[in-house]
Write a protein that binds this ligand. Structure first.
Ligand code: ASP
Length: 438
């Protein structure tokens, strides 16, 4: 049994968090591979080390001295080291780094990667695990994608029975230069390690007890989702939920390794399990997996008598929008009318040009744009082929006096999506949560 564990920035923020991580690792002998983020915020007003490193690089680019910012970074790590009673020599590495910064001989990616690097050095020393540098196994191709054929065996060769700690977020280009993933990319490193080592489980440790059923800024104390499929996760993150992006964990999906999202500050809670499929339904009374949504959409509505008998109207309308390189989210339609739902910020710069071209090419009877639309999505694999769910959703919204501006259901019945006025957004989510979860 092998579990690959990844700890995010808040789990690495100070010595107290390091202690929690060690307790978690020691509680389960199968936790032999640890991937870490750079130190994150200790409280709301604090700074992430990664942000400070970007800031430092920007300073030197503009010829501004960054000694002060650099000291904020080094003192964070030295503080953690000293408080944990470790004797690692970090000072000489910091000095060498500062020199490279001062003579501008370090790239942004190489500098920023040091956040993860120092976190991993400290954690390896603290756990008594071996430090394995990500630069020694995560290999990018020239196009910036990861070369799994080289990377996976390289990690297998570095594995040690005593356990290993790996810095997340970066790897090496074919020319030897350090390259980072996009922000939050330590999740990818963790998933790559789990896939490379054919782990039984990829544990992703954060500061929430799993993926929540709704945004906690809207719903008070939402319940975590116990089980979610990759497809549901994709729906949830596409429609706005701040969750682990399904795309970042593709390496484990490819190998069918389950992911468990867990909370470093409440390690006994079960968190969320992500899998391709769940054979047994652990909670047959729950039909909706999560409720999410986004504000600020626009609806372009067009009607034309006789359109239902005409060929090509919809294509003409969509190709105008395509010419402006705008991606369309939903296309609800009636017999002689059709609407196109898209993000307002994408539409706005070209709105009049687009309307003018539709007028010219489609010759509609009416054409209008409504802004301030929010899209709400109820996501759940168990909604499929089950009568009554949409009825319940619309009844609940109706009772709350919320007007529905648009309805859409994906053909896989994984979601029910509807549009409401921006001002009804939060209420709609709360109403759904209360009627399905409470
Ligand atoms: N430290 C990096 C960031 O803040 C990567 C990560 O934490 O996943 O984006």
């Amino acid at each position: 049994m092998l579990k690959v564990t990844k700890f995010g920035g808040s789990s690495m923020a100070d010595a107290g968090q390091y202690r929690k991580v060690r307790d978690i690792i020691l509680a389960d002998p199968s936790r032999k591979v640890v991937i870490v983020s750079a130190a994150g915020k200790r409280d709301k007003r604090d700074h992430k080390i990664t942000d400070l490193l970007y800031l430092c690089h920007a300073h030197t680019q503009y010829g501004v001295d960054c000694t002060q910012v650099f000291e904020m970074i080094t003192s964070r790590y030295l503080g953690i080291r000293d408080e944990l009673g470790l004797t690692l020599d970090l000072e000489s590495e910091f000095d060498a780094l500062k020199k490279q910064l001062d003579n501008k001989s370090i790239s942004q990616d190489a500098l920023v990667s040091r956040g993860e690097y120092f976190s991993a050095k400290l954690m390896a020393a603290y756990l008594g695990y071996r430090f394995v540098d990500a630069a020694d196994w995560v290999r990018f191709k020239l196009d910036g994608t990861v070369d799994q054929d080289i990377s996976y065996p390289a990690l297998v060769g570095q594995m040690s029975p005593q356990g290993i700690v790996i810095p997340g977020f970066y790897g090496r280009m074919p020319d030897g230069n350090i390259r980072t993933f996009s922000r939050g990319g330590s999740d990818i490193t963790g998933a790559l390690a789990a896939a490379a080592l054919d782990a039984d489980m990829y544990e992703n440790w954060t500061d929430v007890s799993g993926i929540l059923m709704a945004d906690p800024r809207i719903v008070e104390n939402p319940q975590p989702i116990p089980e979610v499929t990759y497809d549901e996760l994709r729906e949830l993150s596409y429609s706005g939920a701040q969750v682990l992006h399904e795309g970042t964990i593709f390496p484990v999906r490819e190998k069918n390794i389950p992911v468990n999202i867990l909370n470093t500050n409440a390690p006994n809670e079960p968190g969320t399990i992500i899998r391709e499929d769940f054979e047994v339904d652990s909670d047959p009374h729950r039909f909706i997996t999560g409720i999410t949504g986004k504000k600020d959409f626009s609806i372009i509505s067009m009607s034309k008598r006789g359109m239902s008998n005409e060929v090509g109207t919809l294509r003409k309308m969509l190709s105008v929008i395509e010419r402006y390189n705008i991606s369309v989210d939903y296309v609800p339609n009636g017999i002689d009318n059709v609407s196109v739902v898209l993000p307002t910020d994408a539409l706005q710069p070209y709105q009049y040009a687009i309307l003018a071209e539709i007028e010219k090419e489609v010759r509609p009877d009416s054409l209008s744009v409504h802004d301030e639309i929010a899209v709400v999505a109820a996501v759940g694999r168990k909604m499929a082929f089950r009568p009554g769910i949409s009825g319940k959703i619309f009844a609940a919204l109706g009772e709350a006096g919320i007007n529905i501006r648009m309805i859409n259901q994906g053909p896989d019945e994984l979601n029910i999506i509807f549009g409401v006025d921006n001002r009804d957004f939060a209420t709609a989510i709360r109403v759904l949560y209360n009627s399905f979860v409470k």
